[in-house]
Design a protein. Structure first.
Length: 323
């Protein structure tokens, strides 16, 4: 079976690890591809930083800092302190020394002319990830946050420095109109037996992938069923500040509202199926009536067993949709 996951960030990394664990426990051969959001990427101290990709890379390699929830385990930050002292990096965006090694390698390859897809391949080849990572696009589409005074700032400044605070009015991706899906992203969607939308931030991790010209068309034409997993449980976000992003876009923080935001593929939108937590079982009937077949299952990914079970539930729902 070929399984394609779309998303980015820590929630996506945990979910993909669960899909991988499910696949390893299976008696059959499976291939897992991940289409990764690149709109969180930005330039710092002349280096290209890719937070969503690196969260996946480090988590799947088993070298992530599970205490902080981001970055490498066993980090030091001597170089970051020097960069701040020289005034070439903001003091509110700390880069660990091991992490900087990744960014330096990435930037060196990009400046040599390698595509983002090729950089993903090279970085991923260091460890046995058990999955293939593909950028949504090889083009730069950095997300910016529009402010009430008409100005905008990069998403990372708003997210990290301002903790998603301030008078934000919306989001946009610079360069998105001229971007194109990467060859790897398109290929794994076309060839997929199952497409899964990870429990990532809908507004800044999933929507930018869908906004790449040609991506929605590819998903709409895909032979595989498309099943999403809610990152909202009982009206609260599992992690991060997705509720702030949803509010800015006028979307309620609920599993049902996020599914309605994505919409039913039968009505020209995205989803065939949707998983909500048992606490949100009241969303099953109205969403199913609207064209999104919905099931209530435990969503908390506490360990390898619960993460693998969530993957199994998503894949089972996809199989039922194909029947």
């Amino acid at each position: 079976m070929r399984i394609t996951v779309i998303g980015g960030g820590v929630g996506c990394a945990r979910f993909v690890a669960g899909v991988r664990e499910w696949a390893r426990r299976s008696e059959e051969e499976h291939r897992i591809d991940v289409v990764v959001n690149t709109a969180d990427d930005w330039w710092v101290s002349g280096l290209r930083i890719a937070p969503d990709h690196d969260s996946l890379l480090y988590a799947l390699a088993g070298v992530n800092d599970t205490t902080r929830g981001w970055g490498r385990a066993g980090e030091t930050e001597r170089v970051a302190a020097e960069l701040a002292a020289w005034g070439t990096a903001p003091d509110w965006f700390t880069l660990g020394d091991l992490d900087l090694g990744t960014h330096i390698a990435r930037t060196a390859w990009l400046r040599e002319g390698a595509s983002v897809s090729e950089v993903y391949r090279r970085l991923g080849s260091r460890w046995d990830l058990g999955v293939a990572l593909h950028p949504a696009t090889d083009d730069e589409i950095d997300t910016h946050v529009r402010l009430a005074d008409g100005s905008d700032i990069h998403f990372q400044e708003w997210w990290v420095r301002h903790r998603a605070g301030g008078d934000a009015t919306g989001f946009s991706q610079r360069g998105i109109d001229s971007a194109a899906p990467s060859e790897g992203a398109l290929g794994c969607i076309v060839l997929a037996d199952v497409v899964l939308i990870a429990p990532s931030n809908p507004i800044v991790s999933v929507d930018p992938v869908l906004a790449v010209p040609g991506m929605r068309e590819a998903l709409g034409d895909a032979a595989a069923p498309i099943v999403g997993v809610s990152g909202i449980i009982g009206g609260s976000v599992v992690r991060g500040m997705a509720d702030t992003c949803l509010a800015i876009e006028g979307i309620e923080t609920s599993a049902r509202a996020v599914a309605e935001h994505y919409g039913a593929r039968s009505r020209g939108a995205l989803l065939d199926g949707w998983l909500v937590d048992d606490r949100d079982a009241d969303a099953v009937e109205p969403l199913s009536t609207s064209g999104i077949t919905t099931r209530a299952v435990p969503l908390w990914m506490r360990d390898a067993d619960t993460s693998a079970q969530l993957a199994a539930d998503a894949i089972t729902l996809a199989g039922a949709l194909q029947a």
